[in-house]
Design a protein around this ligand. Sequence first.
Ligand code: NAP
Length: 506
Amino acid sequence: MNQGKICVSICGKTVAEVLGRIEQARDLADVIEVRFDYLLPEEIDPLLEILATRPEQLIITFRPEHQGGARSLSRDERIAFWNKVAVRLSAETLVDLECDMDFTVNIESDRIIGSAHRFDDRPTDPSQYFEHYFDELLQFSSGARKLAVAVNDASDAVDVWKLLIESGQPAIAIGMGEAGKWTRILALAYGAFLTYASLDSTDVVAPGQISAAELRDVFRVKEIDARTHVYAVLAGNTSYSLSPYMQNAAFRQADVDAVFVPMQVGNLDAFIRRMVNGATREIELHFKGFSVTNPHKQSIIRHLDHIDETARKIGAVNTVKIDHGKRIGYNTDAVGFITPLSNIFDDLRGSRATVVGAGGAARACVYALKKAGADVTILARDSAKGSAMAEEFDVRFERLTTGHQHLSTDILVNATPLGTTGEHEQKSIASANELAGLQLVYDLVYNPAETKLIKEARAAGVKTLGGLDMLIAQGARQFEIWTGGVAPVDEMRAAVEQRLKQSYAA
Ligand code: NAP
């Protein structure tokens, strides 16, 4: 439990729109920020009059475009606006003033949030940049200081985070964008004055903003503190990851004091050096483990103190446990893959299985199938990669062609992204004709649940298995490795299904 507040940012063009959104935000927000820069100019005075009598704690913001506001605002417009606000402030209301303002405003300094927002002008030496802004922010207000900087990589937000730790005064430190989401989720646990949220996922007013309901119910940001164990998914792109929904539901159900956050990591070395390794890290977030995915499943290995036998044989790590500072790597994709398959086939010995793809997931599938005694063939478009992998695992290789594919197999596994929502959605590795006579088609892709390949298999009368069961089984094993407890599989499944439903509806 912490003392921080969730602040929902509201924008609207008219008084009616803003008031409607304030009503919607009341149950979710401790503080409501009203973005006057989104308002039509003629609506400003009437809204100020009404807000002066509202009971909610408000923050008034009138942000120019260069600071991330909705429109360009002249110096005169800003002066006139803040002079009006100064005489209409209700007792609880705070104001957000950008630290580039070169005029004074007659508002008590402890009601001012002194803010700086930077989107694209980071110098090559970030420390100089931050020193500059810290100085300005420190001079600016005796209230809270807020620094929001767009980041492309999770570890770039370390510089911003330091404001929270080092400022000695109420602070708000935000890494904007997908890569900075962790700063919004962990903020309150580390003493931030507040964390900003959107009213819902369609009303995001700053890059990387998370909806208030998600911050409260998925990440439980008000229930965590600086002793809470932190887990993260490390991925080149975390925006599609279902792991935060699945693992946070598990932690909540099992009553584990832990939170699972997205960490969008491009530069893995910098992430480990600046945020994880006890000897070099610049901040301490109490990491206890990671779920590792593309493109880091192999490159993470050089950062481990120990790797378990299965992960070593597969040559890929999708799970890291941090135990007394030591990083131990595991692979739960193999067990995740084989668990649902074993529910269909009592015995895989002698079954012919073809795995399409030669990437990280295919390696885990081939390993698990071989171990279960299946007769395995790798089918991949890259002959060099596929045949090297076949040699490594002592299985057969065939080249995947774009034309008709002759499949003499019992089980076909798709371990490529073909069929995934987006550019690949309408693609399938095989048609109904080619699949006729197979015993099972297993598609690792889970988004959408019914891929083109699954539809083709159904049309051919072939039994199917989608990727969702594997996702949950590999996640359940991760939970068990991290906590030593039994994974609450039903809650994990429900959380994933609900998230998928929401993303289809969006
Ligand atoms: P990866 O390491 O990037 O490997 C992808 C493989 O697919 C590579 O062999 C790649 O070939 C091949 N490929 C990509 N595009 C292709 C195309 N257009 N035609 C033919 N082959 C193509 O990815 P991964 O980690 O193995 O993941 C593969 C899929 O499995 C992804 O969709 C992922 O979401 C899914 N997955 C699901 C689960 C689950 O729990 N259900 C777990 C892990 C992965 P090249 O090497 O020639 O590029």
